[in-house]
Design a binder for this molecule. Structure first.
Ligand SMILES: Nc1ncnc2c1ncn2[C@@H]1O[C@H](COP(=O)(O)OP(=O)(O)OP(=O)(O)O)[C@@H](O)[C@H]1O
Length: 567
């Protein structure tokens, strides 16, 4: 278990457990009062004074119970909410430290499920289930002890019913473990497909595969309803058999205690109580059985949270990463996202300090992967990457990223004002600095035309903005961050002419700054003027040099150049 265990109980939760135990004991006291009433009636000793005494006792028990219950309930709720808040904050921070390689599609649903559904379930254990079980168990034990003081054989029969509880709940736990874990995994799958469905709703609608026609969502929903059905099917019979067995205690008690009463070994009042209490105890044991079964199911949530807590984190270090120079070296780098699918194979790259290096290559050849490795979003399987002569292997991702500005094709915008969206690049930036960056990024004009200018909301993930506008905001962020390394995944392919020109002008402004720039260029006009061009194919740098040098080699680059000239 992680030393910063976020599921650790707090003082309030311990207090709430003590309160529910006390409340359980007090509710058992009611049965003793009942015994006293029956006894007085039977012996015809009930007088007004006694009635007042009984009424007073019941009122006092009720009042104390109410106070303890209210206090315990508040402690449980506050304690549970505090633990779940702690878990959520912990998970939020943890997700930031988990290597990106663990964010595969299936894992997104898993993480969302853990941070929402599983944390809710765990909170439910703390605030409700745990208290109910402890209270009912305390009451059961107390009642059996009470009956033992009246007539031992009756207590033994009830104890046998309690012992039967052990194999019954063991069977139920086994079923919960098997099918509950499956149900939870399918639930995570469900969340993944719903996230995919909602984020891709526009595409689904465009192709007429929304709603019930969406096979991925419908089959995932069906799987969930099937597993829920199987889950209940496997657990209900066990519960029914157990209920029947404990139900048999009532006639058994009447028979055994009745025989003793007939022979005068047992008084009438204990006999009446012994006939009545099993009715209540049977119901109580049934409730404990149901609660413990759902407790076990909810505990799967705890295991799921733990599994995320235990995921190894990226290197966290406070070591400052501020190299004097910013040349980037790849030395014999091997890398694959998935085992067996090598993307970089013994790759060697030399990117000069404060020079413009362009990467070209076929789609899927690994150009963006090179940028991902420089940013330390992923670690190489072998080899070394150095920035300014310093290996990034033992650096934290955040330290490495502090030296890098990135402009890529997937511009993520928060549902916040345009100004704040740009400010994420440098939190301390003044409004004037933001506006200056926007002018250089060619976006000041369109921002000012928006209804509230810089205070206009970008909409969820920037859906109020066009592709070109989003690209320019991303360039403004890079300008504002002003990091010594600039990684640029140029994407002007899907823009209209006006936007393409605006983005290109913004990129030209960005490139004027003295920085180490690595650009994945899709248009040869930018590539042509680079200090160095790297041509990537088969996981390696196949050609490198300036434009003219590569044309002279007459290899892959020359072929790409000629192909573009013919368009
Ligand atoms: N997160 C990922 N998980 C698994 N495989 C990935 C991941 N990202 C990329 N790949 C795969 O790695 C290979 C290289 O991808 P990469 O994005 O680096 O290529 P690229 O040259 O930048 O392509 P493009 O020019 O089309 O953007 C591709 O086969 C791609 O499918």
């Amino acid at each position: 278990m992680n030393k910063n265990n976020p599921m650790k109980w707090n003082k309030q939760l311990f207090l709430s457990v003590i309160c529910v135990m006390l409340e359980g004991l007090l509710s058992g006291c009611n049965f003793m009062v009942m015994y006293y009433i029956f006894q007085s009636l039977w012996k015809q000793q009930m007088v007004m004074g006694k009635i007042m005494e009984i009424t007073g006792s019941i009122a006092v028990i009720f009042l104390i119970r109410l106070i303890i219950y209210s206090f315990g309930y508040v402690q449980g709720q506050v304690g549970g909410a505090s633990v779940s808040k702690h878990i959520r904050l912990f998970l939020g921070d943890k997700l930031r430290k988990i290597p990106l390689s663990r964010f595969q599609k299936s894992m997104t649903g898993e993480y969302i499920n853990v941070a929402t559904e599983n944390v809710n379930s765990y909170e439910q254990i703390l605030t409700h289930k745990m208290g109910d079980i402890i209270k009912n168990l305390t009451l059961t034990v107390m009642l059996i002890i009470f009956i033992a003081t009246l007539y031992i054989p009756s207590a033994l029969i009830l104890l046998a019913a309690e012992l039967l509880f052990i194999p019954a709940i063991a069977i139920s736990f086994r079923a919960v473990k098997k099918y509950g874990i499956k149900k939870n995994a399918i639930c995570a799958e469900n969340v993944s497909s719903m996230v995919e469905y909602i984020t891709g709703i526009q595409t689904f609608r465009a192709y007429g595969i929304g709603g019930t026609k969406n096979k991925s969502v419908t089959s995932s929903m069906k799987k969930f309803s099937d597993i829920s059905f199987i889950y209940e099917l496997k657990i209900i019979p066990d519960g029914v058999v157990y209920s029947i067995l404990i139900g048999c205690t009532l006639p058994l008690e009447i028979m055994v205690a009745g025989d003793s009463w007939m022979s005068g070994r047992l008084e009438t009042t204990p006999f009446v109580i012994i006939c009545l209490l099993p009715l209540y105890l049977t119901k109580l044991l049934g409730t404990i059985f149901v609660d413990m079964t759902s407790y076990k199911n909810l505990m799967i949530a705890k295991q799921k949270i733990n599994a995320v807590v235990e995921i190894p984190e990226e290197i966290q270090t406070n070591q400052v990463f501020a190299p004097q120079k910013h040349d980037i070296i790849f030395e014999h780098v091997d890398f694959s996202y998935e085992k067996g699918e090598t993307i970089c194979r013994d790759m060697n790259i030399r990117i000069e300090d404060q020079k413009l290096t362009a990467i070209v290559g076929d789609s899927g050849s690994g150009k963006s992967t090179v940028l991902n490795l420089i940013s330390k979003y992923y670690d190489p399987d072998a080899g070394d990457i150095r920035i300014g002569g310093c290996s990034i292997q033992n650096m934290g991702t955040e330290q490495v990223l502090s030296q890098i500005s990135t402009v890529d094709q997937d511009v993520f915008l928060f549902d916040d004002t345009i100004q704040n969206n740009i400010r994420y690049a440098r939190v301390q930036a003044t409004n004037e600095e933001i506006e200056k960056a926007c002018r250089e990024a060619n976006c000041d004009e369109f921002i000012r035309k928006m209804p509230q200018g810089y205070d206009t909301m970008a909409g969820e993930n920037g859906n109020q903005l066009s592709g070109g506008e989003r690209q320019r905001l991303s360039i403004a962020r890079a300008i504002l961050k002003d990091a010594p390394i600039l990684l640029l995944d140029e994407a002007t392919a899907n823009l209209d002419v006006e936007n393409e020109l605006a983005v290109k002008q913004a990129i030209v402004n960005l490139l004027k700054k003295k920085k180490t720039v690595v650009i994945i260029a899709h248009t040869m006009s930018i590539v042509k003027n680079s200090d160095k061009i790297l041509v990537i194919a088969d996981g390696k740098v196949k050609e490198e040099g300036k434009h003219e040098e590569l044309l002279r080699i007459n290899g892959k680059y020359a072929a790409m150049w000629k192909a573009e000239q013919q368009l």
